[in-house]
Design a binder for this molecule. Structure first.
Ligand code: GDP
Ligand code: ZN
Length: 479
């Protein structure tokens, strides 16, 4: 757990360790200016004598020196941010020094000589920014997601949240709930028909109904935001020997932006993390699906089936020569695979180099499969692959509309399960409010108070010690 003692001045290396251009050491707290006086010697004197205090928000060329020995540790830049106009809302000093390991550790060691200074814990700078009201929880989460963003869509969604638009949206909802509460409480205080005009309760009910509708619509989003944040899970499946692994290899080589290979890959399911059209996609190649008596293979097939059923998006690969009877033109669909194809499945008909099939025959195969959309390609001859990639990327973009294009709603995507839980609770309380009539006005007011609190937990305006640790846990030191 993090210490909330804000009287202490904390310091840490805020850039990643290693040899880069510069390293930034950040110092935050009431004694930040003392740190400046103890360590920083200005090189140019145009802004006064080298020992005078710095003008806030101005960069200075300086030497960083040891507070006890006066030894020069590095040449660099320093800037002082005066409270409350700093990241943490406290006095902050940043030392921009050379990033060599010895330089950084000598400066950190020197800082430990300054009384009342101590090393920062993970996420502590951001936590102070939150405590100081500089950021709300959705911005903290947005910042964290921005640091971790690997694709364009993730970057855009995280940037919006970090900029405060998620906070603004939920704050509007919370204020709405509070205004409804104020109406109802006025009835409790004065009683209808006296000072308050008739129909106030009815008016509150209508507003609560609209608010509940708004939240309900927001929640019915197929978890798009959460899926985008963690990566869209794509399962490639189909019979053995149709080109599934070839497709995965193709995607892996084609795509310059392979992010990571996902740990926990099993013998029969291989996973890769890719960037498809700006969307994060975790691709799983499954064991070939067919009827079999082999026990080991049966297990693999079973696992593949379960994966296909639980994945976000599935792509069925079939071999075109296998699924079209070239003499009759009839589609031949293996039943073990057909049973896994739903109206949401995408289909790739591979090995077009081996047969001559008319567009009509292709459409009749696709309609017999009842799939969402299909493409004809040859992985071996690299035919139709660009069309497939473009079309597939577009299909995913439409399905996971992230506001990369215009036309998406002004509601922020629900990117964290935490937000969904609080919204669901708020909705339950609003629905409970609607079951009361004006006779139960005191009980009804309670429901509204809880609803407003539940919404407030999203941004953290409501006391949320319990969620703070969860939100700040994954930050590293220096953030
Ligand atoms: P998987 O079992 O579904 O993963 O299939 P593989 O990717 O391992 O491919 C099975 C065989 O089909 C390999 O010998 C590939 O070289 C071959 N293959 C894959 N794509 C094509 C294609 O478009 N045309 C032809 N002629 N062969 C292909
Ligand atoms: Zn394979």
């Amino acid at each position: 757990p993090l210490s909330d003692n804000q009287r202490e001045t904390i310091y840490a290396l805020s850039t990643p360790p290693g040899k880069g251009g510069v390293a930034v050491v950040r110092i935050s707290g009431p004694d930040a200016l003392q740190v400046w006086r103890a360590l920083v010697r200005r090189v140019t004197r145009q802004d006064g004598p080298e020992s005078s205090d710095p003008t806030p928000w101005q960069m200075y060329r300086c030497k960083v020196t040891h507070p006890a020995t006066g030894e020069v540790l590095d040449d660099g830049l320093a800037v002082y941010f005066k409270a409350p106009k700093s990241f943490t809302t406290e006095d902050v000093v940043e030392l921009h020094i050379h990033s060599g390991r010895a330089v950084v550790s000598s400066v950190l060691a020197a800082l430990s000589f300054v009384p009342t200074c101590r090393p920062a814990e993970a996420g502590e700078f951001t936590r102070r920014a939150f405590k100081g009201g500089r950021l709300d929880l959705t911005q903290v989460e947005g910042l964290k997601d921005l640091i971790n963003a690997e694709t364009e869509s993730q970057r855009k969604v995280a940037l919006k949240a970090a900029g405060g638009s998620t906070r603004d949206h939920f704050e509007k909802l919370r204020k709405d709930a509070i205004q409804c509460l104020a109406l109802v409480e006025a009835l409790i205080d004065f009683g209808e028909g006296e000072d308050i005009e008739e129909g106030v309760y009815e008016q509150a009910r209508e507003r609560v109904k609209a608010l509940a509708r708004n939240i309900r619509e927001h929640l019915s989003d197929n978890r798009r935001g959460e899926i985008l944040r963690s990566g869209i899970r794509l399962a490639i499946f189909g019979p053995p020997n149709v080109g599934k692994s070839s497709l995965l290899n193709f995607l892996a080589q084609r795509d310059a932006a392979i992010v990571t290979s996902v740990p926990g890959t099993t013998r029969d399911i291989l996973e890769l993390s890719l960037d498809i059209g700006g969307l994060p996609v975790i691709v799983a190649d499954t064991a070939g699906i067919r009827q079999t008596d082999d026990l080991v293979e049966k297990l693999g097939v079973e696992r593949a089936r379960n994966l296909v059923k639980s994945t976000d998006v599935s792509l069925c690969v079939l071999s075109l020569p296998d699924v079209v009877d070239t003499s009759s033109g009839w589609p031949i669909i293996p039943s073990s695979v057909a049973s896994l194809i739903t109206p949401e499945t995408y289909v790739l008909l591979n090995k077009s180099d081996l047969v001559d099939v008319s567009p009509d025959q292709v459409s009749s195969v696709l309609s017999a499969l009842g799939a969402r959309k299909g493409w004809v390609v040859s992985l071996a001859a690299d035919e139709g692959m660009q069309d497939f990639l473009d079309g597939f990327a577009q299909a995913l973009q439409e399905r996971y509309d992230v506001g990369l294009e215009q036309g998406s709603s002004d509601r922020p995507l629900i990117t964290h399960a935490r937000h969904r839980v609080h919204l669901e609770h708020a909705l339950q309380f609003l629905d409970a409010f609607l079951t009361h009539d004006a006779e139960d006005v005191v009980l009804a007011a309670e429901e509204l108070r809880y609803a407003a609190q539940a919404i407030g937990k999203i941004s953290g305006v409501i006391d949320v010690e319990d969620v703070l640790d969860a939100v700040f846990r994954d930050f590293c030191i220096g953030k």
